[in-house]
Design a binder for this molecule. Structure first.
Ligand code: UDP
Length: 236
């Protein structure tokens, strides 16, 4: 197999972890993710992962329930740690080494993140799950993912979603929406597309980190993307 990439950053949304559920973590979905991740680890690809927390808590939505925004964001960041622990456990269960890093020091739940330790883990065949977002309120895990992807010198950021790429409009609402095979960062701005928040898109643009948006919920797609199959949308 001719691997296009040696090191990647995979972004998974917290919401996808819910599977068919309304809240929390679906065991079937997380097991499927783990299997797909092991499959590409077995191809020799070095893998860093950032997971969102929206299946448990989002800071912004907490404000309508009376939660202070900064504390709400801290709750959201902790939610990403919970998801990361769950994914590491699912990976270990199928024989894939994984290590959780945390943006804020909370040893022994995870190791305090540093670029060098995360790279060392990946070079040893361990999946580095980098949790806690950026460690700061008012950011998202998309931005955390862009930041970590750049830091660990990933060649690409794979954004796994439930949609199979970027469309001219939301395909779940507009049946005439058309999919892009590729699109430039600038076109995302000019068309006002909601692919990721602008902070994340700008970080990727300024640091030349390409993004591939693809449907991670279809089993086997992660391997297909990394084998160079033309699924999803490339942002360059
Ligand atoms: N969050 C934060 N700083 C970060 C990353 C995340 O404060 O650097 C908080 C924020 O409250 C966010 C929540 O964590 O709503 C969950 O992250 P996100 O919404 O990105 O998760 P997803 O929607 O991908 O599940």
């Amino acid at each position: 197999m001719n691997n296009q990439y040696k090191r990647i950053l995979l972004k998974l949304s917290g919401e996808s972890l819910m599977g068919e559920k309304q809240y929390g973590i679906d065991e079937k979905r997380i097991a499927e993710y783990a299997t797909q991740i092991k499959e590409i680890a077995d191809m020799g690809i070095e893998i860093g992962i950032v997971i969102g927390g929206g299946n448990i808590f989002r800071g912004l939505s907490g404000t309508s329930k009376g939660v202070d925004r900064v504390k709400g964001d801290q709750m959201g960041m902790l939610a990403t740690v919970i998801n990361s622990l769950a994914l590491s456990s699912a990976l270990e269960k199928i024989g894939q080494k994984a290590q959780v890093f945390t943006a804020i020091n909370m040893f022994p739940i995870g190791e305090y993140y540093s670029k060098w330790r995360a790279i060392e883990a990946m070079q040893n065949g361990t999946v580095a799950i980098i949790s806690g977002g950026t460690g700061n309120p008012f950011f998202t895990t998309d931005t955390g993912s862009a930041l970590r992807g750049i830091e660990i010198e990933a060649e690409v950021m794979l954004k796994g979603t439930r949609v199979d790429g970027i469309y001219t409009a939301d395909p779940e609402k507009d049946p005439t929406a058309k999919k892009f095979d590729k699109i430039s960062y600038d076109e995302i701005y000019t068309r006002g597309l909601k692919v990721m928040d602008l902070t994340a898109t700008t970080l990727c643009k300024e640091n030349h980190l390409p993004i591939i948006v693809f449907d991670m919920d279809t089993v086997g797609n992660l391997k297909k993307v990394l084998s160079g199959e033309n699924i999803g949308t490339l942002v360059y």
